[in-house]
Design a binder for this molecule. Structure first.
Ligand code: ADP
Ligand code: ASP
Ligand code: MG
Length: 412
């Protein structure tokens, strides 16, 4: 018997009808002779609604209590899905993250998985049961409930697949696979047959919400091959793995492509620091203060020096912007900065592709596509396989469309 781990996202289990359909799909896999573990997300937009509810109580809910609240979403869906499977005559059990033994660190609301214990999972599977696991949640060694950050059920699925050495990890979602860009924004986007971990990691980190970046990291680390596909049909999806091979379908076209995809991230904010003393130790103070509050900093730009002073700007997730601003205000006087600003009206657009390393002029082509639409570039950052630009939020769709076209990514 093989072990199959499947993950069903929120839309896939959005209502009772869909839960029953997912139950049938899981049973089909069990009937085919596999041991099945299904990881599920909260129903539809439950998590968004719970966050909204908390905001109606207080502007700054304690993160521990946020985890208590958010983890309830997935507990509802595992119970309902298990009931559906049981009613169809199959032996099944639902388990929370804590019951499985998904051990995390204690960074509430964005905890990282340290270890997944296989004992309970294996015991239930060996008894012939289908196992339904709550995604997105874990437990610390002090028995505190944690959540893994938005989209965290993907990471639960990959971590469970790695721990069980599963044969397949299937990520069922509401689109047919990974596309050259968000198919909901750009209908001309093309589905990719195969994408490497490195490219997928960049795409996901740069905003392609189809997979949580941490899930891809985990998959790469443990060599878990992912199959991202739709729960609404039986089409082949996208395989995420280490290397593309010549035998992979579509590879010839993909090999010729310098750019694999275009990603955008609306959850971005730009913090500006004015008149910063240009001397050793200042950058350390600023970014240590942010790190101590678990705020991830993305792009950093330091301007030219005038009279021993300079400007620094950096980007953080928009969700973290208020917290980052507070941290900066606390150190303004100590460091001697004359002002701090925060602009939430920005977005990041990026191109990703392993072929970029060896092709000059890729960044220039991206800037051309933006210039063609009269879009101003506020910040730029590059790596071997990506170029990112910060632009005005309202220009995002125009920018993605123009760049996607410029690199001939459309159509199947
Ligand atoms: P789930 O609830 O199944 O986890 P998500 O909403 O988290 O689903 O992720 C799927 C969504 O990701 C799609 O509906 C699509 O709008 C978005 N998306 C963004 N970029 C891409 C991309 N490059 N390929 C496919 N989907 C993408
Ligand atoms: N329910 C969580 C979220 O909406 C986790 C997930 O769906 O992966 O972010
Ligand atoms: Mg998701």
């Amino acid at each position: 018997m093989g072990i199959v781990v499947q993950k069903y996202g929120g839309t896939s289990v959005g209502n009772p009808e869909r839960i029953k359909r997912v139950a049938k799909r899981i049973i089909e896999c069990r009937k085919a002779g596999n041991m099945v573990v299904a990881v599920v997300s909260a129903l539809g937009d439950t998590t968004d609604k719970l966050i909204e509810l908390a905001k109606q109580i207080t502007d700054s809910p304690p993160e521990r209590e946020m985890d208590m609240l958010l983890s309830t979403g997935e507990q509802v869906s595992i119970a309902l899905l298990a009931m559906a499977i049981k009613s169809m005559g199959w032996d099944v059990i639902s388990l929370t993250g804590a019951q499985v033994g998904i051990l995390t660190n204690n960074v509430h609301t964005k905890a990282k998985i340290i270890e997944v214990s296989c004992e309970r999972l294996k015991k239930e599977l060996n008894e012939g049961k289908i196992v339904i696991v709550a995604g997105f949640q874990g437990v610390t060694c002090d028995n505190e409930i944690t959540t893994l950050g938005r989209g965290g059920s993907d990471t639960t699925a990959v971590a469970v697949a790695a721990a069980l050495k599963a044969d397949v990890c299937e990520i069922y979602t509401d689109v047919d696979g990974v596309y050259t860009t968000d198919p909901r924004m750009i209908p001309e986007a093309r589905k990719l047959d195969v994408i490497t971990y490195d490219e997928m990691l960049e795409m996901a980190s740069l905003g392609a919400g189809v997979l949580q970046p941490r899930a891809v990291e985990f998959a790469k680390l443990n060599n878990v091959v992912l199959h991202v596909r739709s729960s609404f049909n039986y089409n082949e999806g996208t395989i995420v793995k280490g290397e593309k091979e010549v035998s992979d379908s579509g590879i010839h076209r993909e090999k010729e492509m310098v750019v694999t995809g275009v990603a955008y991230d609306l959850n971005t904010a730009r913090i500006g620091l004015f008149d910063v003393p240009d001397k050793p130790g200042i950058a350390k103070k600023i970014f240590t203060a942010l790190a101590e509050k678990n705020i991830n900093v993305d792009m950093i730009i330091q301007g030219a020096t005038r009279n021993g002073r300079t400007d620094i700007s950096f980007t953080v997730a928009e969700d973290d912007a208020d917290k980052a601003l507070e941290v900066m205000k606390e150190i303004v006087e100590e460091i001697g900065i004359s002002g701090v600003s925060c602009d939430k009206d920005v977005a990041k657009v990026s191109i990703v592709g392993a072929g970029m390393i060896t092709n000059p002029g890729v960044a220039a082509a991206m800037f051309q596509a933006l210039a063609d639409e009269n879009i101003n570039v506020q910040m730029i950052s590059t790596s071997e396989i990506k170029v990112s630009c910060i632009i005005n939020k309202k220009d995002t769709e125009k920018a993605v469309k123009s760049i996607h076209k410029k690199f001939n990514l459309e159509g199947n």
